[in-house]
Design a binder for this molecule. Structure first.
Ligand code: NAD
Length: 406
């Protein structure tokens, strides 16, 4: 994150005073969270909440429950959210939270006690005008519901706008579940138009079959793109004639893994990245395209569904090869865009039909794509650096306007 921020700031000729402000996090807290476990013992977990920037609006970003989460990672993820919200021009800053725990080894009751105690510990930072969390790795709609309830209990009022990613009945937005995959499709559609490529003659490979990967695959198929490969953590499936995506969706619902679905040949997660396809969507995890395998990438377009799938070293080679990369802070920003709609709907108490959510989101994604491509052309930089330049510049402008309170 910092390598790319530095490159963007350098190209922008960012005022060194603003550089110093934007490179650091505004506020962060580390707490210890004692939890009574089901067997009566007490475990103490470490939790963080970091607000990188509230210049353009309340801090916005998910809460990660994971064994290996640490404060530096949360800081980087918080800054990432600042640039992402600025690229799609939604009025939020960036934040992120984390608790070091293994959610898969804890019972629902333990997770509930952990979540509520964590919220109580970071309560002073939160608020619909201050900091609005969301789900991330290891957290889900149920955890968001407990966050909303705990905050509402303390603030003595019904406050759904404190958190997004909630179930629909609790003030969640229609279209949120599909939002990130739909954003991946919209960006890819715009890229195909930009490159004068016909979607119906294109093939795609998708790494990851979770929320982002599977929905991206289904959405791309609506454009007429032939999806020839998809994978999960255990490996992938390849079928040159095109995969049966509805069959895969049902199979995954029943079995929770792709293995055993007999509509294609088994391939590895390394092989899926190197297939001769037009479109590659890494939508699983970070650092999968590196200086080691980038030479073998054959796709013309890479749409980054996951956060950080390409390393900074791989970027340079992708540029040289002329691969059209749609960077994560643009490509997967459909999720935060619909989170913004959720927050708006909760605040006005009026809920939009799915069509309205989709139309508004499409405008935002198409405008953001055009702004990034325009920036890349004018400044002769990669799409990634252009996206950072766009985001950093928007935050810098507002910071300059607000001035430095002394
Ligand atoms: P998910 O847990 O629903 O799905 C992840 C998928 O990736 C699963 O199929 C899993 O088996 C697979 N996977 C996990 N580790 C892997 C590995 N090492 N190699 C190959 N496959 C692996 O998660 P998700 O919500 O789809 O998120 C995927 C990525 O997208 C993450 O980087 C996340 O930060 C990012 N993202 C998600 C959203 C969102 O709205 N869900 C928004 C923005 C960015």
């Amino acid at each position: 994150m910092q390598v790319r921020f530095d490159q963007a700031a350098d190209r922008l000729g960012l005022d060194p005073n603003l550089f110093g402000i934007l490179r650091s996090c505004e506020r962060e807290i580390t707490i210890s969270i004692p939890v009574v476990m089901d067997d009566g013992s007490v475990s103490v977990f470490e939790g963080y909440r970091v607000q990188h920037s509230t210049a353009r609006g309340p801090a916005k970003g998910g809460i990660r429950f994971a064994k290996n989460v640490n404060r530096d990672e949360v800081r980087a993820l918080a800054a990432w959210m600042t640039w992402k919200c600025a690229v799609v021009n939604v009025p939020f800053g960036g934040g992120k939270g984390g608790v070091v725990c293994d959610p898969f080894k804890m019972s629902r009751a333990e997770l509930e006690r952990l979540t509520r105690r964590y919220v109580a510990g970071i309560m002073d930072l939160l608020g619909p005008d201050r900091d609005v969390p969301a789900p991330d790795m290891g957290t889900d709609g149920q955890i968001m519901s407990w966050i909303m309830d705990t905050y509402s209990m303390h603030s003595k009022g019904y406050t759904p706008a404190i958190v997004t990613g909630k179930p629909i009945g609790l003030g969640g937005s229609l279209g949120r579940i599909e939002a990130t995959g739909r954003g991946v499709m919209l960006c890819t559609r715009e890229a195909l138009k930009h490159l004068d490529m016909d979607a119906t003659k294109c093939t795609a490979a998708i790494q990851g079959a979770g929320n982002v990967g599977l929905i991206s695959a289904l959405q791309l198929a609506t454009l007429g793109v032939k999806i020839v490969a998809i994978s999960d953590v255990h490996g992938g499936l390849y079928n040159a004639k095109g995969l049966d995506l509805e069959g895969i969706r049902e199979f995954l619902m029943r079995n929770r893994k792709l293995e055993g679905f007999d509509g294609g040949d088994r391939i590895s997660n390394a092989e899926i990245l190197e297939l001769p396809v037009d479109i590659l969507v890494p939508a699983a995890t970070e650092n999968v395209i590196t200086s080691r395998n980038v030479g073998n990438i054959q796709a013309r377009i890479i749409t980054e569904g996951a956060n950080g799938p390409c390393t900074a070293n791989a970027d340079k080679i992708l540029d040289e090869k002329g691969v059209f990369v749609i960077p994560d802070i643009l490509a997967n920003a459909g999720g935060v865009t619909v989170s913004y709609f959720e927050w708006v709907q909760d605040r006005i108490g009026l809920f939009w039909p799915q069509k309205e959510v989709e139309e508004r989101m499409e405008h935002i994604m198409v405008d953001a794509f055009a702004a990034v491509v325009d920036m890349a052309r004018k400044w002769e930089v990669s799409n990634r650096i252009a996206a950072y330049m766009l985001g950093v510049n928007r935050v810098a402008e507002i910071t300059r306007m607000r001035g430095i309170y002394a």
